[in-house]
Design a protein around this ligand. Structure first.
Ligand SMILES: [Zn+2]
Length: 447
């Protein structure tokens, strides 16, 4: 067998013939030519026999390693003129547009990124983390099916901290599928508006004939506003939404009421419990600061360690944490009272009670917290009272935190891995690949 034939079988690259194999330093360089005569646009399916100009483009892609050797594919490409996309270097079947890696290598990197940490990936594949970010953005763009937004009925809109808590991403969950179907940068009403715009793109309503394509330099929103008048119309996909679960902030709620006024707004009990934890943490911190300023560093240090004992579910306590809690109980005071309040709130949502019982217990909690003389809990009581209808709607509709909480935790974990990316799009791509309706396959699985 000739060496070029052997490499052709070895590399399994679509649509090419191997013409040369060279060893150069730490890499094997494989020269290929495309089998097809027609030039194909890298952005669409347009193909033509006519090339644009005589210019030749020497192109290089990295492919899956060959043992310890890096493997480089080189080809000379031609230019074409696509009626939609203009002049481009022709696309190749084995790599994505603008990629310097083959599809196989990119698929491998994307699969790894959803499963393992930054150091492991960058060392194993010898690709720096920012490049990994660009790779997974390309894979996610390709794999995200627009139809994932077709049959949404019960959704959740949630924020997640990104890059050390100073930046935020908004994630939309399909409660029925248990998948994250949309992500955007920021956490305001405007971010939620972007989701609704993606759900029902302006100017793309099914009942109206297709509008002529809008040139890229005009804003599509303005065009739609002009056509639809002042009243926002509910888009066909937004009109299908029955339930939207939210946190207690004003931003998402405003957007949801505007774009899907028929949907019941639910306050996910998860957020209520989270607010309880935050109020307790506030009490704990101010007590800790008191201890420190009272020059009791030993006591302050011990108390700082009590944080996890206080915030954890009692069933999960270690024996040390249980002992810490007993001590706090014996000492009494605001921290202990705050703890019992937080636990009372948590147990309301963790014991599968029916809606009547939840309503009674919630009312009881509100009056207890309001009278607690602990400012953080008095504020919490007000917030919960304001959102009681939404909280009860969550119990009634069964939009609970079970599956969603697991998904949120997964998203949080993956977002921490994405801290190293400079671009929010790479972080969102990683979330989509991990928690979205995407199944990644490894190169050998698509044989
Ligand atoms: Zn094109």
């Amino acid at each position: 067998m000739r060496v070029t034939t052997a490499f052709c079988r070895l590399l399994r690259l679509d649509g090419v013939r191997v013409t040369s194999v060279l060893f150069e330093g730490d890499r094997v360089v494989v020269g290929v030519v495309l089998r097809r005569r027609r030039l194909v646009c890298p952005c669409c399916a347009f193909s033509t026999r006519g090339r644009e100009g005589r210019q030749a483009h020497e192109s290089v892609w990295r492919h899956l390693d060959l043992g310890v050797w890096r493997l480089e594919i080189r080809a000379t490409l031609r230019q074409l003129r696509c009626p939609r996309h203009g002049v481009h270097v022709e696309g190749v079947p084995f790599a994505r547009h603008r990629a310097q890696f083959t599809r196989d290598l990119e698929d491998l990197v994307a699969w790894l990124a959803t499963r393992t940490d930054k150091t492991a990936i960058t060392r194993l594949v010898r690709i720096d983390w920012q490049t990994v970010g660009r790779i997974i953005s390309r894979v996610a763009d390709e794999q995200l099916d627009e139809r994932r937004l077709d049959d949404l009925f019960e959704i959740g809109i949630d924020e997640i901290a990104w890059r050390g808590g100073h930046h935020f991403l908004t994630l939309v969950t399909d409660h029925r599928a248990g998948k994250i179907v949309w992500g955007g940068v920021g956490r305001s009403a405007a971010t939620a508006d972007e989701f609704f715009a993606a759900l029902d793109p302006p100017g793309k309503q099914p009942d109206t004939p297709d509008l002529p394509e809008v040139p890229a330099d005009t804003e599509p929103e303005r065009v739609a506003e002009g056509a639809a008048g002042d009243l926002p119309t509910v888009g066909p996909r937004a009109a299908q939404l029955t339930t939207i679960s939210l946190d207690m902030g004003p931003g998402y709620a405003k957007s949801a009421r505007e774009h899907a006024p028929q949907a019941v707004i639910c306050i996910d009990p998860y957020h209520v419990v989270q607010l309880g934890n935050r109020a307790l943490d506030e009490v704990r911190r101010s007590y800790w600061n008191e201890l420190r300023s009272a020059a009791q560093p030993g006591a302050a240090k011990r108390f700082k360690d009590a944080r996890w004992a206080l915030l954890k579910n009692p069933d999960d306590h270690t024996s040390t944490q249980a002992a810490t809690l007993r001590k706090l109980k014996n000492a009494g005071g605001a921290v202990w009272r705050a703890y019992t309040l937080k636990e009372a709130l948590r147990s309301i949502f963790h014991s599968h009670l029916d809606i009547l019982d939840v309503a009674i217990l919630l009312e009881r909690f509100i009056s207890r917290a309001a009278r607690s003389r602990i400012p953080a809990f008095a504020r919490l009581a007000k917030t919960i009272r304001k959102h009681a209808a939404g909280i009860l709607a969550a119990i009634r509709t069964g939009i609970n935190n079970g599956r969603v909480e697991a998904l949120n935790n997964k998203a949080r974990l993956i977002t921490r891995r994405a801290y190293g990316f400079h671009s929010a799009n790479a972080a969102l791509a990683l979330i989509h690949l991990t928690c979205g309706p995407i199944t990644l396959t490894l190169p050998q699985e698509s044989l």
